[in-house]
Design a protein around this ligand. Structure first.
Ligand code: PLP
Length: 366
């Protein structure tokens, strides 16, 4: 097997899921699934695409109608002005991110990534021979703009941000994103902004750094906003040369994102996105119960995650095991960070499960 497997450690997730499979009727606060099902009108569009034989290869960058609708979406929701040729469709953001890395990174280049962060961010650059520089967002899970600026070297090619954030739930304020744009501009660095949780902002408005910094690759997808995780459909916009480079990679790696999923996604864009008010309720419940139990929550603002520090005297694996003994499934923070004293709650499930889970979590002691 390839040597890169040594640098590609997905075992934490795999081991946690293996253990969890053994639990009967668990309270699942682990996986990053949104609640409910794909809305009926989107499913019908998928079925119709099949019935109309729209089931063959699509262009590597996506069907033009979808890219056109996505360009309109970027203008409307994100204040980013792009043409359909500055948009590309991807088979989900995880694969999409690899295509971006392969399109822009040379061996030896550095990618600056906020820690804690979505696990694949840290492992995929190695495939392109690039290095990762982690910038801690502790203690409040916000951007440490001084550390970012100080960490920039001549090798820094990309800065990757994710707001609302998985796993912390933090949202970066506009003023920090403006400052980040200034820093990146001064050093001529590309920004990747993963905004897949943009519709899970419970107070105020989502702000896209791509609206003020043209050298931004804005990534988004239908998995979370439209409960379409299994359809595998994401999209990205950015400078034309970067999008062309991504398409060059996709032509031979992806060849075509699912045509059926693309027609379903096109229909998804025809209706306003849910405000996700049920998630706002779960978010407030977590703040209330965890704070009352003495936990300091910093990030719990958006997406549907919160990351909390475990009580002194234990680490994340012990905490997760104790929760598992009581049938509550959680993910240890080390899946997202070099730190080993945080645990992630995902509140994509029902409010009843979140409530039951919190009753158990708040009573766990070393
Ligand atoms: N980006 C973030 C921050 C995520 O949390 C996830 C999934 O959990 C993804 C991207 C992957 O999304 P997709 O389903 O489009 O691959």
């Amino acid at each position: 097997m390839a040597q890169r497997l040594q640098e590609f450690d997905s075992s934490i997730y795999q081991n946690v899921f293996k253990k969890q499979l053994l639990v009967k009727d668990p309270i699942d606060l682990s996986v990053g699934l949104p609640s409910g099902e794909t809305p009926e009108y989107i499913k019908m569009a998928g079925i119709q695409a099949i019935q109309e034989n729209k089931t063959l290869y699509a262009p590597a960058n996506g069907i033009p109608e979808l890219r056109e609708a996505l360009a309109e979406k970027f203008a409307r929701d994100n204040n980013i002005s792009v043409t359909k040729d500055e948009v590309t469709v991807m088979p989900g953001l995880a694969t999409g991110l690899l295509s971006v890395y392969l399109a822009v990174l040379n061996p030896g280049d550095e990618v600056m990534i906020m820690d804690p962060g979505f696990s694949p961010y840290f492992y995929l650059p190695a495939i392109a021979g690039a290095e990762v520089k982690r910038i801690s967002t502790l203690p409040n899970f916000q951007l440490d703009l001084d550390a970012i600026e100080k960490g920039i070297t001549t090798k820094t090619k990309l800065i990757l941000i994710n707001t609302p954030n998985n796993p912390t739930g933090a949202i970066y304020p506009k003023k920090d994103l403006e400052k980040l744009a200034q820093i990146a501009g001064k050093h001529d660095i590309l920004i990747i902004s993963d905004e897949i949780y943009e519709s899970f902002v419970f107070e105020g408005e989502h702000f896209s750094i791509g609206s003020i910094y043209p050298n931004t690759i804005t990534m988004n997808g239908f998995s979370k906003s439209h409960t379409m995780t299994g359809w595998r459909i994401g999209y990205t916009c950015g400078p034309r040369d970067v999008i062309d480079a991504i398409n060059q990679i996709q032509q031979y790696t992806v060849f075509s994102s699912s045509s059926i999923a693309q027609y379903a996604a096109l229909e998804a864009l025809s209706q306003p996105v849910s405000k996700h008010e049920d998630y706002a309720k779960k978010n407030r419940l977590i703040t209330e119960k965890m704070t009352a139990a003495g936990f300091d929550l910093h990030g719990n603002m958006g997406a549907y995650y919160t990351l909390f520090e475990v009580p002194e005297g234990m680490d994340d694996m012990e905490f997760v095991q104790k929760a598992l003994d009581k049938k509550v499934l959680l993910i240890p923070g080390r899946a997202f960070s070099t730190k080993e004293n945080f645990v992630r709650i995902s509140y994509g499930g029902t409010i009843e499960d979140v409530e039951k889970g919190l009753d158990i979590i708040t009573k766990i002691t070393p």
